[in-house]
Design a protein around this ligand. Sequence first.
Ligand code: ATP
Length: 237
Amino acid sequence: MLELTNISVNYGYIQALHGISMEVGKNEIITLIGGNGAGKTTTLMSISGLVEKAEGRIAFDGKDVTKMAPEKIVKLGLAHVPEGRKVFPSLTVYENLMTGTLGNPKLTKERIKELLEQQYEMFPRLKERQNQAGGSLSGGEQQMLAIARGLMMDPKMIMLDEPSLGLAPIIVEEIFNMICRIRNNGKTVLLIEQNASMALSIADRGYVLENGKITLTGSGKELLVNDEVKRAYLGDY
Ligand code: ATP
C-alpha cells in the first residue's frame, strides 16, 4: 500500500530524516515509534506531501507520489490525522465530520450517509454530541472526532500522529480499541506513537526511529520483548 525508499528531509541546515525506508502492507497496522524529535511527524508529513523530500521515493497504492501535491495525495485515499487533533472549535461535531468528505470528490450522498452512520456507530459519543461545538468536547472526544473526520473521506489508509497524546489511560485504551476496529473494517493504518507499549501491542510490525534513522524493525511482538526497545521506550531498566 505504501513504500518509502531512502527518504531524506532537510529543514534548512537541519537534516530531519536520513534515508529512511519502510513499507506498509494493505490492511496492516504499522507503528513508528521513537522519542521526541526523532522525525516521526516529519515522516508522516513527507508521505502527505507537506514537506519537500531531498532524496528518495514514495509510492502509495502503486503510484509514485514523491512530488505530488498534498491535495492530490489525499484524493488517492490517504487520510492524515495530525498531532494535536485540530478539530474546528466553532463548527459542530456534525459539521466537523462533513469537512472530512471534502477530501474525496467521488463520494455520493448515499455513501456519505453510510459513512456518517458508521462513525456514529463506532463513536457513539459523537452521535450524542453531534450538534455541539467541536471545541466543547473533551480531549478524548476531540481525538475521536479527528479520527472519525479522517474516516469520513473513506480512505484506503489512515495515518495517525500521536492519538494518545495527553489523554487519560482509560481513554487511550478506548482509542487503541478503535484503531483495531478501523483495521478490521478493511483500512490500512500507520500509527505514530510515544506510547510504545500500547502501539506495539496492536501493531503487525513496527519501526524504531532514532535521530532520523530507522534503527530497528520487527513484528510488534518481537519489538515488545527486544531489550533495546524495552530499555529506551518501555521504561524497563
Ligand atoms: P515529536 O514527537 O516531538 O513531535 P518527532 O519524532 O515527530 O517528535 P519531528 O517533529 O519530525 O520529530 O522533528 C524531527 C527533527 O526536525 C527535530 O530535530 C526537530 O527539531 C526538527 N524540525 C521539525 N520541524 C521543523 C521545522 N519546521 N523547522 C526546523 N526544524 C524542524
